[in-house]
Design a protein around this ligand. Structure first.
Ligand SMILES: NC(=O)c1ccc[n+]([C@@H]2O[C@H](COP(=O)([O-])OP(=O)(O)OC[C@H]3O[C@@H](n4cnc5c(N)ncnc54)[C@H](OP(=O)(O)O)[C@@H]3O)[C@@H](O)[C@H]2O)c1
Length: 234
């Protein structure tokens, strides 16, 4: 059976680990990000998903790279995190974050659904911050809540299509996004791991395994899945 993974943001972090997981399982990987995914055989399209012209510029190439597989898994993974509050957020910051974290997934769904046969799946990457909020990441929290609504609406809209969907909500995961957000202070890491039942950060490969499970499991259609090593409840 011809199987394709179309993923955004597989140049590093969770996306790269996911591309490896699917490649090892025999999938052809098509990656959309500004820098390439370093996996043998991956097709890379250098797309900046915050640039609204990407649909017009890249649709033909994306469809050519995807082909007409018997199963297509789409993983909406690329995202950005900015630092601001409700007091000082700029409208353009919110627009940029929503463009990448939410609107790009919608545009890709519209493009790719005609190529999705029975047994295909759409996996959204949300966050712990898709169901709760913290201060100082206003746009990100808004966008990750939106992703969960987007997934639930996708499930309803695709009823009867035999295409399933789920949202994965990673907790603190050891990637560049996290280190850029937290900085280098080891005390910050100690404070964070104290809030995690397993007392460590998740590895990208653990999130990739969760994405793999969701993509292959129609029974969890419409589900929001936490992947966070257990959060200490306060
Ligand atoms: N790490 C965590 O603790 C954590 C926790 C909860 C949820 N998540 C979620 O998990 C997903 C992956 O995060 P990560 O930690 O692996 O992040 P990461 O290491 O920063 O990787 C982000 C990926 O997104 C791509 N990307 C960023 N801006 C882009 C743009 N404008 N156009 C196209 N691609 C773009 C990057 O590729 P280029 O730079 O090459 O474009 C990169 O491949 C995200 O949805 C994130 O919100 C992460």
């Amino acid at each position: 059976m011809s199987k394709v993974l179309l993923i955004t943001g597989a140049s590093k972090g969770i996306g790269l680990a996911t591309a490896k997981r699917f490649s090892n399982a025999g999938y052809t990987v098509v990656n959309l990000s500004r820098s390439p995914c370093a996996i043998d055989g991956a097709s890379n399209l250098a797309v900046d998903l915050t640039d609204v012209s990407w649909v017009a510029d890249f649709s033909v190439q994306i469809l050519a790279a995807v082909g007409e597989p018997e199963q297509l898994v789409v993983v909406h993974n690329a995202a950005m995190m900015t630092k601001e509050t409700v007091r000082d957020i700029e409208a353009q910051t919110l627009r940029n974050v929503l463009e990448l974290n939410v609107v790009a997934a919608s545009r890709l769904n519209t493009l790719l659904l005609p190529r999705m046969e029975h047994g295909s799946s759409i996996i959204y990457i949300s966050s712990t911050l898709g169901t709760k909020a913290v201060a100082n990441t206003h746009a990100y929290v808004v966008s990750k809540h939106a992703v969960i609504g987007q997934m639930r609406a996708t499930c309803q809209d695709l009823a009867g299509s035999m295409i399933h969907t789920a949202a994965i909500c990673p907790g603190f995961t050891e990637t560049e996004m996290l280190s850029a957000h937290l900085g280098a202070n080891p005390d910050v890491y100690d404070q964070i791991t104290a809030t995690i039942a397993h007392r460590r950060l998740a590895q990208p490969s653990e999130i990739a395994d969760t994405i793999w499970f969701a993509s292959q499991s129609p029974v969890i259609n419409g589900a929001v899945i936490d992947a966070n090593l257990g959060q200490i409840e306060t």
